[in-house]
Write a protein that binds this ligand. Structure first.
Ligand code: NAD
Length: 513
């Protein structure tokens, strides 16, 4: 199936060959190796990008440092006004950008639109936040003394994003960083460079109209071979927000940690839903299917495991298998499609290898696990989503397979369900389907889910931007987006002011000279 998106590419300013370096308004001609971007839906070449080199990167850092000195002194609500305008501009480009996200990454169009909507939502959130960057005031133990804490801009925030959210992850970070008074350098995933270029074209207009200095929002499109360790080891970047796999996240954490820089690490998940005898089974079924096959199983919050009570297990399994047998799989931009392609053939190989491991470790494949061939599937990136019966302790089950592979696990006692639920290295998202108050409250209690996100009668994926997003354990511990996640993007300072004519020391210490 061929779907022409040339009109949208033009609207988004994507040419056949694009430069991968931007400092906000200006695009720099680069000499780095070209990367071609193909659509996983039809295998067609979309366009290519000349990558940034290390020299380009150093120039960008210099501009970003200069820009920070100016930007940090712009009042926060005025910075918020720029973000408000970015939100308005994104609204105008929601359809073409959503289409490009879908075409380049492979998520279905509805999810592409949803991703752009997340960008818009975080803009709105950040505008409000720009008037709420507040700290506490404390009572001093000393007479005529006043104490408070305040938050200052931090500097350059380095944002490294995963392929599966080509635009939203940047916005979650960048819009909050902007109102916080920081400047941003974005290193996107080389699998989806074009989405990043389109975003920078959209924001450039707003930056230009408002005379925002070059270097406030920068893009460095470079693969890890061109620019990897150097970016993470760079002392010019006080905060690195990294979204990606646990394997690379550990490396990033080490490199930034060695120089005692700050990190926000948003890494892999192994998300489970507990389905109890008290669950609304219809709702649970819908949530599991969306969670497991949405974005072709390539969300950090995708449902990977379901832990189902004995009494409803067989019925749930049979109904799931029936639904899986009827899933429309195809081109991500075809309105009928619910399951698009995996991002590339490498992801397909990883998926197939995982299926083999499931079988070798004792699991039973119930459905799926095949590569689709023939008309409409020529790109080689389409697979049938799989369900397997397994035990939680299998090595492969303990790992995140970034594909539509759902594990079914049985339980008989509720405490056992919680134990199985938590017995994985990751701790991102979790859910329970139950209408029983004692079960749902226990799941949310100290002895319940150990994840950063815990939901009741909602699946594991599809978080709203208003909450702080992130996870525990090997998910990295980072939080971004809503709630008070903005604090990570700022430098905290405690201030004590003496308005007396004495100099009393704290703790009553006498020191008379
Ligand atoms: P990845 O770890 O392969 O890549 C992430 C980013 O790091 C990309 O921009 C990539 O170009 C860069 N990168 C890769 N190798 C590098 C290296 N050696 N040095 C420097 N940079 C390097 O992850 P991915 O395949 O793009 O994304 C999928 C993973 O991301 C999954 O594990 C998923 O769970 C996770 N993810 C987590 C969240 C979250 O918020 N917790 C959100 C989205 C994705």
């Amino acid at each position: 199936m061929k779907i022409d998106i040339s009109k949208e590419l033009k609207q988004l300013g994507i040419s056949e060959v694009n430069n991968g370096v931007c400092t906000g308004i200006e695009w720099k001609t680069t000499s780095g190796a070209a990367v071609e971007s193909f659509s996983p839906s039809d295998g067609e070449l979309i366009a290519s990008v000349n990558q940034a080199t290390a020299t380009d990167y150093h120039e960008v850092v210099k501009k970003a440092k200069d820009a920070f000195r100016v930007w940090r002194m712009v009042p926060a609500p005025k910075r918020g006004e720029i973000v408000r305008q970015i939100g308005l501009e994104l609204r105008k480009f929601k359809e073409p950008l959503g289409k490009l996200v879908s075409y380049e990454m492979g998520k279905i169009y509805q999810e592409g639109l949803g991703e752009v909507q997340e960008m818009i939502d975080i803009c709105d959130f950040a505008v409000g936040q720009s008037r709420q960057l507040y700290g506490f005031t404390m009572h001093s133990e000393r007479e005529k003394h006043r104490m408070y804490d305040q938050y200052h801009p931090l500097g350059i925030v380095g944002v490294v994003s995963a392929f599966n959210f080509p635009v939203a992850v940047w916005a979650w970070n960048a819009m909050i960083a902007l109102v916080a008074g920081d400047v941003v350098i974005w290193k996107p995933s080389s699998k989806v460079f074009l989405c990043a270029i389109a975003v920078h074209n959209i924001v450039a207009k707003v930056l230009k109209e408002n005379d925002v200095p070059e270097g406030v929002l920068s893009l460095v499109a470079a693969g890890s071979r061109e620019l990897g360790d150097e970016f993470f080891s760079d002392k010019n970047i006080p905060l690195v927000s990294f979204t990606g796999s646990t394997k690379i996240g550990k490396k990033v954490g080490g490199l930034v940690g060695q120089r005692l820089g700050k990190t926000i690490l948003e890494l892999g998940g192994n998300n489970a839903i507990i389905i109890t005898p008290e669950a609304d089974i219809e709702m649970a079924l819908r949530a599991v299917v969306f969670g497991a096959v949405g974005t072709c199983g390539q969300r950090c919050t995708s449902t990977r495991r379901i832990i189902v009570h004995d009494s409803v297990y067989e019925d749930f399994k049979n109904r799931l298998i029936t639904i899986y047998g009827q899933l429309p799989i195809g081109h991500a931009l075809d309105e009928k499609t619910l399951v698009g392609p995996l991002v590339d053939r490498w992801a397909v190989d990883t998926y197939l290898a995982a299926i083999e491991k499931v079988k070798a470790q004792g699991g039973k494949l119930l459905i799926g696990g095949e590569v689709l061939t023939g008309e409409g599937y020529e790109s080689g990136c389409f697979v049938t989503p799989a369900i397997a019966e397994v035990e939680n302790h299998y090595e492969i089950v303990q790992d995140e397979t970034f594909a539509p592979l759902l594990y079914m696990i049985r339980y008989s006692e509720f405490d056992e369900a919680i134990r199985l639920h938590n017995d994985v290295p990751q701790g991102l998202s979790s859910a329970i389907f139950s209408t029983h108050l004692l079960e749902t409250e226990k799941f949310l209690s100290h002895e319940g889910s150990d994840c950063g996100i815990a939901n009741v009668n909602i699946g594991t994926s599809g978080a709203e931007i208003g909450g702080a997003f992130g996870g525990e354990k090997e998910t990295g511990g980072g939080r971004e987006s809503g709630s008070d996640a903005w604090k990570a993007y700022m430098r905290r300072q405690t201030n004590t002011i003496n308005y007396s004519t004495e100099l009393p020391l704290a703790q009553g210490i006498e020191f008379n000279v």
